[in-house]
Design a protein around this ligand. Structure first.
Ligand code: GRF
Length: 217
């Protein structure tokens, strides 16, 4: 029997992916929401869902490192099993990555390795990309460089603006992210070194839902 995993979600903004993670939780439970930004809309959303929501503002710490260390210590004290970054704008430190190795994931709004970093939708349009989308990956100490788990894609349409494209990609994010986190929490997707191991049942399920698995297939 698998146990329900305790998931923490780290945010910096409005929190629509957080909302999708909360409402699609099957094999995990969102137990903690942390933000570096006290104004993040997602904090309110979490409180309304009865979830512990804390802000770790840079102003309350002597350095960026202390701020991030406090977040790590808090998660350790709450026995968190998994951590999902969802629009979290800080780069997590090496000790954070190492403590949560294989248990720390991120959603990024591009088909990685294309367009890591910011302004992905505008950059995809400018580059004349035909396909765009989102990626879920395990986090390593680089920026958007960790092992890729799964992707969801859509066509870039003629006349797309960064906003129209972002809106379509966001719909995909809300499907892909909870799906991937549920599979990880059920131990059906795992990290071994830098290799992704996916159970056949999870792979088939993901393919049926239209997701792709760049490293596996
Ligand atoms: C999403 O597009 C996510 O992929 C990116 O930041 C955005 C966060 O949006 N990393 P939200 O706060 O989840 O609505």
């Amino acid at each position: 029997m698998t146990t329900t995993k305790r998931l923490a979600v780290l945010i910096s903004g409005r929190g629509t992916n957080l909302e999708a993670l909360i409402s699609n939780a099957r094999t995990y439970k969102v137990v903690e929401v942390l933000s570096d930004n006290p104004e993040a809309g997602g904090l309110e959303l979490a409180k309304q869902a009865g979830i512990s929501a804390l802000s770790f503002s840079r102003a309350d710490f002597s350095s960026r490192r202390e701020q991030k260390l406090a977040m790590l210590k808090h998660l350790q004290s709450r026995n968190v099993d998994l951590v999902a970054l969802a629009g979290f704008m800080l780069i997590v430190d090496a000790d954070f990555v190492s403590y949560f190795s294989g248990r720390l994931v991120n959603i990024h709004p591009s088909l990685l390795p294309e367009f890591p970093g910011l302004n992905t939708h505008a950059r995809a349009i400018e580059a004349g990309a035909k396909l765009h989308g989102c990626s879920v990956h395990f986090v390593d100490s680089g920026v958007d460089t960790g092992p890729l788990i799964a992707q969801a894609s859509c066509r870039v349409l003629q006349g797309d603006t960064p906003d129209t494209l972002a809106a379509r990609v966001l719909q995909l994010e809300h499907k892909l992210y909870p799906w991937a986190v549920n599979q990880i929490a059920a131990d059906k997707i795992r990290l071994a070194g830098r290799q992704i191991l996916i159970d056949e049942s999870a792979l088939q399920d993901g393919l049926t839902l239209g997701f792709s698995f760049p490293v596996v297939c």
